[in-house]
Design a protein around this ligand. Structure first.
Ligand code: PEP
Length: 244
C-alpha cells in the first residue's frame, strides 16, 4: 500500500500526518506500507515513521550518483536519508516533465544499485484506451522501460498500473478493467522473465483508489496492492485503505 503525496504537505503537515496515521493503522501483518512525501520532507518523514511498519520513499530520482545536475537528487542521496523506495515513471513525470521509457529504465537501474525498491509506473491515456491501444501502450512501456532489466534486477521491482484517465479524476478503473491490464502485464513478464517471475511480481493498481473501492480492487487476485494519490493525504482515509 503506497501513498504518493505528490507536491503536497509542508514540514509541519508531514509530522502531523504521521501523528494521526500511525496509531490508526491496524492490519500490518504481511502488509507493506510506504509513504512518498516531497524530497524536502523525506528525512522528517523517516524520523516520524521510525519504529513503525511504515517505510518512506521518494517520488523521483536521477540516474547518476552526483555531478553538475542542478535540481536533481541521486539514489545514494535518497538512501542516505533513510529512504527505502522510489516511484519511477509516474504519468505526471512522463507527461509534464518529459520522462521517457529510456529514463525510466536508467532511473530504475540506479535505484536498484542504491538498494532502493522501485515502483515502476505504466498506464495508458484516455484516448489510447478509447482507441483500443491500451495493450500496445502498456506493451511498449514494458518492453522499453522494464524488459531490459536483468532477471535479478526485475525480481526487486514492483510495477504500478496507473491508467492516466483514472488518476486524480475520481474515475476508478473497475476491478475487472484493472485486473485485465494486470493480467496483460503479467503475460509480458512471463514472456520476458518466465513463470516464476510473473507469479512473484507485485503489480499495484493506481487511479482514484479510495476507502470505498479498495476492497473490490483487492478482491481481484491479479491486484497485489494500491498506489494511492489524493486519498493518501488524509491520515484517516489512508489508514482506512491500508486497513481494508
Ligand atoms: C497517483 O498519484 O499515483 C494516483 C493514483 O493518484 P489518485 O489516487 O489521486 O488518482
Amino acid at each position: 500500500m503506497a501513498g504518493n503525496w505528490k507536491m503536497h504537505k509542508n514540514a509541519a503537515e508531514t509530522a502531523a500526518f504521521f501523528g494521526q496515521f500511525l496509531p490508526a493503522v491496524r492490519n500490518t501483518e504481511g502488509r507493506e506500507m510506504v509513504v512518498f512525501p516531497t524530497f524536502v520532507n523525506l528525512a522528517a518523514a523517516v524520523g516520524a515513521a521510525r519504529g513503525s511498519a511504515v517505510e518512506i520513499g521518494a517520488q523521483n530520482v536521477f540516474w547518476l550518483k552526483e555531478g553538475a545536475y542542478t535540481g536533481e537528487v541521486s539514489a545514494p542521496m535518497l538512501a542516505s536519508v533513510g529512504c527505502r523506495w522510489v516511484i519511477v515513471g509516474h504519468s505526471e513525470r512522463r507527461h509534464y516533465f518529459g520522462e521517457t521509457d529510456d529514463t525510466v529504465l536508467k532511473k530504475t537501474a540506479a535505484a536498484l544499485d542504491a538498494e532502493l525498491s522501485p515502483i515502476v509506473c505504466v498506464g495508458e491515456r484516455l484516448e489510447e484506451r478509447e482507441s483500443n491501444a491500451t495493450e500496445m501502450v502498456l506493451g511498449t512501456q514494458f518492453t522499453a522501460g522494464i524488459a531490459p532489466l536483468s532477471p535479478v534486477q526485475f525480481a526487486k521491482i514492483c510495477i504500478a498500473y496507473e491508467p492516466v484517465w483514472a488518476i486524480g479524476t475520481g474515475k476508478t478503473a473497475t476491478p475487472e478493467i484493472a485486473a485485465a491490464a494486470h493480467h496483460f502485464l503479467r503475460t509480458e513478464i512471463r514472456r520476458c522473465f518466465g513463470d516464476d517471475a510473473a507469479a512473484a511480481c507485485r503489480i499495484l493498481y493506481g487511479g482514484s483508489v479510495k476507502p470505498d473501492n479498495i476492497k473490490g480492487l483487492m478482491a481481484q487476485p491479479e491486484i497485489d496492492g494500491a498506489l494511492v494519490g489524493g486519498a493518501s493525504l488524509d491520515p484517516a482515509s489512508f489508514a482506512a485503505i491500508v486497513n481494508f
